[in-house]
Design a protein around this ligand. Structure first.
Ligand SMILES: NC(=O)c1ccc[n+]([C@@H]2O[C@H](COP(=O)([O-])OP(=O)(O)OC[C@H]3O[C@@H](n4cnc5c(N)ncnc54)[C@H](O)[C@@H]3O)[C@@H](O)[C@H]2O)c1
Length: 304
């Protein structure tokens, strides 16, 4: 571990940190001096099952490198789990500075085949699994601010290109990940007064979520070539957003993959027309078509 990393003295919680991107983030926070709560339920790719193994393995890796970490096996999409997650940081390390919401799983189906259970499970783990840890961390940070110890706290949420642009076969996941952007904007506005900055990333990397579906783009190159899709390439921005250095940045969304960082520019008013009175449906349609002709064409939906 480095001597004076950018997260020295900070305590970071990373959800879903037993594997993939979360594991890379946890190791990267520890390498920058943070003490880390490694949360993971150890579930399968579709959310089934559970094991304490992955979280403990990452804790062991961090400790072997000289860092400090503790495992937490709570389900972040439950009130009790989210409360216990925040309590683990405070009870073990005495504070909480950074929350990285990352845990999740997939149940991909075309909408016509998507069961209500698969809808609920994916909305629950991603959207509620972001909201509940955020809420419990916010309650702690508000109490700190009210006690005169205004925090320098950070939240990094995990959206996806699927949430920003849509992705065929991922209606549940795309809706949840789009919801995370809305949640990020509101949390950023509500929590600024308590010293909390809230941003989101849309990552892409080789993990068990992507290594089969996008085998060609995700494959590791041979030899010394840059392994563009390694999850470790996403973590540096996450660590910076989770550090005190990012105080001027909030309510923003970044795409991050390989060696590239992109600021995503979201919804903003485009061409507009105002009749000053109610349109007829025919007029509304004619006007909509004229405005669309003057507007930027949308980005394509993934897989369309
Ligand atoms: N890999 C990509 O290219 C990519 C792209 C866009 C977004 N994402 C998002 O990044 C995040 C990490 O994904 P990944 O690719 O590393 O997947 P992953 O499957 O390797 O890791 C996700 C981890 O979350 C854990 N988890 C699931 N449900 C949980 C719960 N209720 N409580 C605690 N832990 C739970 C799993 O056990 C797993 O270890 C996810 O939110 C995913 O949607 C990934």
């Amino acid at each position: 571990m480095t001597e004076a990393g950018i997260c020295e003295g900070r305590v970071a919680v990373v959800t879903g940190a037993g594997r993939g991107l979360g594991r890379a983030h946890a190791l990267a926070f520890a390498a920058e001096g943070a003490r880390v709560v490694v949360n993971d339920l150890g579930v399968g790719l579709d959310g089934a099952g559970g094991s304490a193994g992955p979280a403990q393995q990452v804790v062991d890796e961090i400790r072997a490198l000289g860092g400090e970490a503790v495992a937490n096996g709570d389900d972040i999409a439950t009130t009790a789990g989210a409360a216990s997650l925040v309590a683990t940081a405070i009870d073990t390390f005495g504070r909480l500075d950074t929350l990285v919401n990352n845990a999740g799983f997939l149940r991909d189906r075309m909408l016509v085949n998507l069961d209500e259970d698969d809808w609920d499970a994916v909305m629950r783990v991603h959207l509620k699994g972001h909201f509940l840890p955020l809420k419990h961390a916010a309650a702690y940070w508000r109490a700190e601010a009210k006690a005169g110890r205004t925090p320098d706290a950070r939240v990094v949420n995990t959206s996806s290109g699927a949430g920003l642009l849509g992705s065929v076969g991922q209606g549940n996941y795309s809706a949840a990940k789009a919801g995370i952007i809305g949640l990020t904007l509101v949390a950023s506005a509500e929590m600024a007064r308590y010293g909390v900055r809230v941003n989101a990333i849309a990552p892409a990397a080789r993990t068990r979520m992507t290594e089969r579906a996008f085998a060609d783009t995700m494959a590791a190159p041979g030899g010394d070539a840059f392994d563009a899709m390694a999850p470790e390439n996403v973590s540096p921005l996450v660590v910076w957003l989770g550090s005190a250095a990012s105080a001027a940045v909030t309510g923003r969304v970044f795409e991050t993959e390989a060696g590239r960082i992109t600021v995503m520019e979201g919804w903003r008013p485009g061409p507009t027309a105002d009749k000053g009175a109610r349109w007829t449906p025919a007029e509304a349609g004619e006007t909509a078509l004229k405005l669309l002709a003057d507007s930027e064409p949308p980005q394509p939906v993934y897989g369309a």
